[in-house]
Write a protein that binds this ligand. Structure first.
Ligand code: ADQ
Length: 467
């Protein structure tokens, strides 16, 4: 059986327990790596004076991780720069925030080359390589240039932007061409896939035949493959001792009020400001409901070294302060705004205690919080998921209350609808949602992708560089 080599920007070493703040992806990939006796390669998160390519190999919980340190300039140009100040905003349709600098593009290319140089000797002829996310778009091409003829797949965890937006990026054509070094390219939804194909066909003159996309004599499989969560595990987690404790604490502190919960990384794509404004609108339009509810927003800071992220943090502090100042009373505060991460079992208990899960990103590749919220509910008395139509998850979670997060009025209407929803309707909607979350779970996602990847013929000319 082939070994699996997963390559991503960072490696989340599996803890072997659920009490860490480990994300769903780490859990998903860990299971695959265990099954295929694989290696997970990525940046250690540490910096070094001079890049040496020294690999730190570690083995824990049946998984081998291989990490490498980067130079401070690498982190600045590749990670803070091109990944988080150029590609992330652009791919989330925010060209107003995207910064196009040759220094960033150069650093991005350099780090991808450094990754390729470092990981190449670890790859054996029968290994299957799976590259993750927007930090490493050109990595497959760099590996091919180093003679790697293995099957290589790529999965993008964020949206793919429409042609008109992507073409604002100076290196767009070059970057997209490098994707043809892979055998399989996966995106979460048909919508993102459609935009990818549109760019290849319209901008580069490629062709599409079913899920085969061809450019300059090289064909790849491009597929929509929505990621899921480990639903069974998460449902079990929501009944664990720590989850029960968190559930009880939340219910006690709610003193009979309904809790609305939001859980997101502090990121402009998650629509937190619009969410607060929608909630404010609800408080204004429904004065009778005010003291019956509160919003708990959990948002741990991320990418703090990027200025936009510092601004959004300050903006949200101001906004929540203003709303609390305007509406709070001696015995009630409308928004509890918490800036830290919590272990997954605690989070599961919090989700379960919430009458409404408010998941309203402005643009999101998928959004796993929506699925976790569903999986954590009590089947006898489930809460209601309010979900943005702009999250990839909206394609699967059709029985949620779907909203346009740009409209404060729609958000307000959705909150009152969810609060007043009869129990039978809540149960009916939840069952349909849970059915999807369980069926199209993370194992389904991973198998779907690896099945396609393992079935592509290993091209004799695969060692040739991409066009
Ligand atoms: P993210 O943008 O990080 O992921 P999301 O899919 O919601 O977004 O995943 C966040 C994860 O972090 C969830 O598992 C959640 O439980 C966890 N998390 C968030 N806040 C937390 C907190 N305060 N404490 C502990 N854990 C917390 C990117 C894309 C998404 C895509 C995923 C996977 O942007 O669209 O769904 O990758 O492909």
């Amino acid at each position: 059986m082939s070994r699996l080599i997963v390559i991503s920007n960072r490696v989340s070493a599996p803890t072997g327990s659920h009490s860490g703040a480990q994300g769903g992806l780490a859990v998903a990939l860990s299971a695959a790596l265990r099954e295929y006796r694989g290696i997970w390669f990525g940046w250690s998160g540490e910096t070094t004076e001079q890049f040496t390519g020294h690999i730190n190999l570690q083995r824990a919980h049946d998984i081998t991780t291989a990490t490498v340190d980067l130079e401070a300039q690498d982190v600045e140009e590749y990670y803070d720069g091109y990944a988080n100040r150029t590609l992330w905003p652009l791919f989330h349709y925010r060209i107003d925030l995207a910064e196009y600098e040759r220094g960033f593009a150069g650093g991005y290319q350099r780090v991808n080359q450094r990754f390729a140089d470092t990981v190449r000797p670890l790859i054996e002829p029968d290994d299957v390589v799976w590259v993750q996310d927007y930090h490493l778009l050109p990595l497959g091409d760099e590996l091919r240039k180093r003679g790697c003829a293995n099957r290589i797949g790529f999965f993008l965890h964020i949206p793919w932007p429409p042609l008109r937006l992507l073409s604002t990026l100076p290196e767009a054509a070059q970057l997209v061409r490098t994707l043809f070094a892979y055998d399989v390219v996966g995106l979460h939804t048909e919508e993102w896939l459609e935009s990818f194909r549109d760019f290849v066909v319209t901008e580069l003159g490629g062709t599409v035949d079913g899920d085969v996309v061809s450019l300059d004599g090289r064909s790849i499989r491009a597929i929509a493959c929505p990621i899921g969560i480990d639903a069974k595990e998460f449902a079990a987690l929501s009944r664990s001792t720590r989850a029960r404790l968190a559930f009880r604490q939340m219910r006690d502190s709610a003193v009979g009020r309904d809790m609305i919960v939001g859980v997101d990384r502090l990121d402009y794509s998650k629509g937190l400001e619009e969410r607060f404004l929608g909630y404010e609108r609800f408080l204004k339009e429904h004065p009778g409901e005010r003291k019956e509810v509160f919003l708990l927003q959990i948002a741990p800071p991320s990418r703090g070294s990027v200025e936009t992220y510092q601004k959004i943090r300050t903006g949200l502090e101001g906004l929540s302060g203003r709303i609390n100042g305007a509406f709070a009373d001696l015995d009630w505060v409308p928004i509890r705004y918490v800036n830290q991460g919590y272990p997954r079992d605690v989070l599961a208990g919090v989700y379960r205690a919430a009458k409404i899960g408010l998941v309203t990103p402005l643009r999101d590749g998928m959004n796993l919080v929506a699925k976790e919220y569903v999986a954590a509910q009590d089947p006898e008395d489930p809460g209601v998921l309010i979900l943005s139509k702009f999250a990839g998850a909206a394609i699967q979670l059709k029985q949620a209350v779907i909203v346009n997060p740009y409209s404060a009025e729609e958000m307000s209407d959705a909150i009152i609808t969810a609060l007043k929803m009869p129990r039978e309707e809540r149960i009916e909607r939840w069952r349909a949602l849970m059915d999807n979350v369980e069926r199209e779970d993370v194992i389904w996602w991973r198998q779907r992708f690896t099945d396609v990847l393992l079935n592509v013929p290993q091209a004799a000319d695969a060692a040739a560089p991409a066009p």
